[in-house]
Design a binder for this molecule. Structure first.
Ligand SMILES: Cc1cc2nc3c(=O)[nH]c(=O)nc-3n(C[C@H](O)[C@H](O)[C@H](O)COP(=O)(O)OP(=O)(O)OC[C@H]3O[C@@H](n4cnc5c(N)ncnc54)[C@H](O)[C@@H]3O)c2cc1C
Length: 444
């Protein structure tokens, strides 16, 4: 089986890092990417400036591979946009990996060879079969010794509806709803929002990015009105750790949004879980909550409530997923926003990412399932550890080689409507460790 490739699904930052880590260890990867280019999801949010510096956005093994090819380093301390991350790093990295990356190839299924998920016999000895569909519509099969699914979650945004399902009427008003941070530097996009009443829904970094961008637009375009809807009961520490955040740009983003709210330029509605959207004859929307509250005369809705993983093509392999987060069971307690909501993430590796199905791993954004606050650095450490495990270096696979930046928020905002006080113990104890680490470790 060792002569078979490790199939990596997705040529995003984590999939390409996985390939670089495998190559360095002498294990042959085959990266299968649905789109025709590297970083296809990242370029969809090309205009968003990352809050991580270049130094935190380049995988160490990928850097060594690129250095060997005369790569021109970006400035370590600069903050790229999505476009720059893709153009100056992901595209050259895919080029350096050469024929190991196949574009225009969508993975549509993974199974144990000749066995559906029910059959026990041969699961440890038979390879995996990966089903593909190429951009020309042809179907192919690839036999793999292992599969690292780094296909992200970008294609599956959460809906407006407060219960995780679309609100009544949400699909009918689709042309007035977007699920991405709008690119207000694009004249056509700007025109869509200028002088309108815009509602932003969500409490993560994308929502803060959108609020800051709309605040700038409102300063230039009179009549632009911004309402921010939060499902949780109070704003709490949604703005993040400010100067205490070890990623300064992330802290500063929250501070800019907070300043706009405090100055009254953004109206805030908390505890609002949208159940219904109505449209009147003048094409204006009314958002109605499950408690019957209404936010009216809305022109555009920007829904930034996170993403969810697509598990549909993994139905024939045995995954051990947490019932709440759809993340690997040993990882879930480390990242569950119900338990510790500070947004700080904890490094982990092959052990936490293993499933009952031998040789199948979820990595990158998808490994977090429904949990927020994934960082590229986390993904790079995941795939370093997985590559070590696949190369048989179990000592290295077990070792955690990463210290992640703290957000500076302890006992944070949570996912729903508990007050900050009620959640005060949720995240960081005096040691800064998450309350759940002990239980996760004991599950090892
Ligand atoms: C707006 C935004 C800003 C962010 N800012 C930061 C930041 O500042 N710092 C930070 O550390 N992180 C940040 N992140 C989080 C994270 O680092 C990125 O989302 C990152 O792109 C995740 O990488 P990934 O490789 O896991 O997934 P993606 O980048 O989503 O890549 C997945 C790839 O898989 C492909 N694919 C999907 N399905 C299939 C299939 N079935 N078959 C074949 N290919 C498939 C997709 O086309 C895509 O190319 C940000 C995320 C967003 C959305």
């Amino acid at each position: 089986m060792r002569e078979l490739p490790v199939v990596v699904v997705g040529a995003g930052p984590v999939g390409l890092a996985a390939a670089a880590e495998l190559v360095e260890r002498g294990v042959e990867p085959l990266v299968l990417e649905r789109a025709e280019r590297a970083g296809a999801a990242v370029v969809q949010w090309h205009h968003v400036r990352l809050f991580s510096r270049w130094a935190e956005l380049v995988d160490p093994a990928a850097r060594r591979l690129l250095d060997g090819q005369g790569w021109r380093h970006p400035d370590e301390d600069a903050y790229p946009t999505g476009r720059e991350w893709a153009e100056h790093y992901l595209v050259p990295l895919a080029e350096a990996l050469g024929r190991r990356v196949r574009f225009g190839t969508e993975v549509i299924g993974v199974a144990r060879r000749g066995r559906d998920r029910v059959v026990d016999a041969g699961r440890d000895s038979e390879p995996l079969t990966v089903h593909l569909r190429t951009s020309s519509g042809a179907e192919e099969r690839v036999t793999a010794r292992a599969v690292i699914d780094a296909s992200g979650t970008w294609g599956n945004p959460n809906p407006l509806g407060g219960n995780g399902l679309p609100a009544a009427g949400e699909q009918a008003v689709a042309e007035q709803v977007t699920y991405q941070v709008p690119d207000l530097a694009d004249a056509a996009v700007r025109d869509r929002y200028a002088g309108r009443h815009v509602v932003v829904v969500g409490s993560g970094h994308s929502a803060l990015t959108a609020l800051v961008a709309f605040d700038e637009l409102a300063a230039q375009q009179p009549g632009t009105e911004i309402t921010w809807l939060l499902r949780r009961g109070e704003v709490g520490d949604t703005f993040g750790g400010g100067q205490a955040d070890q990623l300064p740009a992330r802290g500063a983003l929250g501070q800019r949004a907070e300043a706009a709210v405090e100055a009254g330029r953004i109206a805030v509605v908390t505890g609002f879980r949208t159940e219904q959207v109505d449209r009147d004859a003048r094409h204006r929307l009314a958002l109605i909550s499950d408690a019957g509250e209404r936010v009216e005369a809305v022109d555009e809705v920007v829904v930034l409530t996170g993403f969810r993983p697509d598990m549909s093509w993994l139905s024939e392999v045995r995954l051990g997923l947490d019932a709440t987060l759809q993340a690997p069971v040993a990882l879930a307690p480390l990242i569950d926003p119900n338990v510790h909501s500070c947004g700080t993430v904890y490094p982990h590796g092959a052990r936490e990412l293993s499933h009952p199905e031998p040789g199948v791993f979820l990595a990158g954004m998808k490994s977090y399932g429904r949990a927020p606050t994934f960082l590229a650095m986390t993904g790079y450490e995941q795939v370093r550890s997985i590559a070590a495990a696949l190369a048989g270096d179990h000592e290295s696979a077990e070792r955690v080689e990463l210290v992640l930046p703290e957000t500076g928020v302890c006992g944070g905002a949570g996912v729903f409507d508990a007050s900050a006080e009620e959640q005060a113990d949720g995240c960081c104890g005096a040691s800064g460790e998450p309350a759940a680490t002990a239980s996760a470790s004991s599950a090892h």
